[in-house]
Design a protein around this ligand. Sequence first.
Ligand SMILES: Cc1cc2nc3c(=O)[nH]c(=O)nc-3n(C[C@H](O)[C@H](O)[C@H](O)COP(=O)(O)OP(=O)(O)OC[C@H]3O[C@@H](n4cnc5c(N)ncnc54)[C@H](O)[C@@H]3O)c2cc1C
Length: 415
Amino acid sequence: MTIEKVETLVVGGGQAGLAMSEHLSNAGVSHLVLERQRIAERWRSERWDSLVANGPAWHDRFPGMEFSDIDADAFPPKERVADYFVAYAEKIAAPIRCGVEVREVQRNVGRPGFRVETSDGVIEANSVVAATGPFQRPVIPAVVPEDSAVMQIHSNAYRNPGQLPEGAVLVVGAGSSGGQIADELLRSGKRVYLSVGPHDRPPRSYRGRDFVWWLGVLGKWDAAALEPGTEHITISVSGAHGGETVDFRRLAAQGMTLVGRTESFNDGVMHFATDLAGNLAQGDANYLSVLDEADAYIARNGIDLPPEPEARKIEPDPLCVTDPILELNLAEAGITSIIWATGFALDYSWLKVDAFDEEGKPKHQRGISAESGVYFLGLPWQSRRGSSFIWGVWHDAKFLADIISTQRKYLAYNS
Ligand SMILES: Cc1cc2nc3c(=O)[nH]c(=O)nc-3n(C[C@H](O)[C@H](O)[C@H](O)COP(=O)(O)OP(=O)(O)OC[C@H]3O[C@@H](n4cnc5c(N)ncnc54)[C@H](O)[C@@H]3O)c2cc1C
C-alpha cells in the first residue's frame, strides 16, 4: 500500500483551515487541507436558516478579499458567508480535499511525523494543524430527561419556527444564538420563554460606529485573556434586521417572558434561579461601560462623531423581572419544545497525541501544542478575544505558519 506523504496536514476546511492554508502557502510550506464535508460546512448546515453574520461585511472577513455585492455595513446571510469562503479557497488555490474525514492521528514511533488514518486511506505528515473549530460538539445540560414529552434540540439543530411543534417554547441561554432564536420565534407568533444567564450586550452601534469598530479601537478584540471571573459570561449581539442592540426588556415588552438561569427539572416543573434582575443589571452595566469608554475615546482623540444621549436610556424592568417566575410547570404553560442555546464543547477524540490536559482540553500556547508538530487553530481565546472569529483566526494562522516554517528549518539543518 502506498502511503501519501505531506509536509503539513491541516484538518478542517472552515475559515481556520483556509487561513492556515493561505499563510502556509505564503511561507512556502507544502500542505494539504482535509475537510470531511464541504468548505465552511458549519455555516451551511449547522446554523439556522435566517442567520446573518454578527459583524458587518467590512469587518467579518479576511484582509485579502471583500464580500462581493454586499454593502460593507450590511450583515451577510450565512450562505453568503459560506460562499465567501468557497471563493476565498479558489482565490488562494488552497490544496483542499473535501469529503475526507480524518479518523485518527498518531505520532510515529522512533521517527518524526504522524500517521493519519482518513476515510480515504493513510497519510503521513510532518506536522498537523487541528482546525476543526471552536464549536464542535453541542452541549445540552442533563436537566430534562431525554424521554420527556417535550421536544428538545440544541441551537445548532434549530432551523426555523416551522420545525417546532405547536405550543410555547422555552429557549435556554441568551447569548447571541439564544437571543436571536428567541426573537425570531416571538416574531413568528410563538409564545416564548427565555432563560437569561449572565451576559454582556454591547451596543450594536454608538455615535455612528458599529460595536465591532468600538471593540477594535478600544483594544478589546486584542485582549489576551478573559478577565478572571468572567468565564461564564456570554456575549449577546445580533446582525439580524439590519443590526439592533440586544435588549431583553424590549423583547419582554413585545410579549416574551424572561426567566432566570435554568437550574433543575422535577415532576414536569422547571426551576429557575433568582438571578434574572441581576443578570439584566450586569448586562446594562456592560452596555453602559462601552458607551463610557467610547465617549472617553472620542474626547481624548478629539474625534467628530455625533452625540447620542438617547442611547443611555434604559427602560424600566418589566413585570417578569420584578416578579420573576421561579418555577414553571411546562405542560400547564403549554411548552412543547425546549431549545438549548447552551454552547459547545471541543472534541479531539481523533487526535491521539499528548497534547491534552486531564479534562481533554488542548495544552497549548497560542496554538503551539505540548506535542511538538501538533498545532491548534481557531480555539476561543487562542491568542486573543478575536481568535475564534473570522478576522481573528487569520492572524493566529499567520503566527502559526511562521512557527511551522521555522521548525521546518531546524529539522532540515544539516551541519
Ligand atoms: C451561530 C454562530 C454564529 C457565528 N457568527 C459569527 C460571525 O458572525 N462572525 C464571526 O467572526 N464569527 C462567528 N461565529 C464564530 C466562528 O466564526 C464560527 O464558529 C466558525 O465556523 C469557526 O470557523 P472554524 O474554521 O474555526 O471552524 P468550523 O467552521 O467549525 O470548521 C471546522 C471544519 O472542520 C471539519 N472537520 C471537523 N472534524 C473533522 C475531521 N475529523 N476530519 C476532517 N474535517 C473535519 C468540519 O466539517 C468543519 O467544516 C459564529 C459561530 C456560531 C456558532
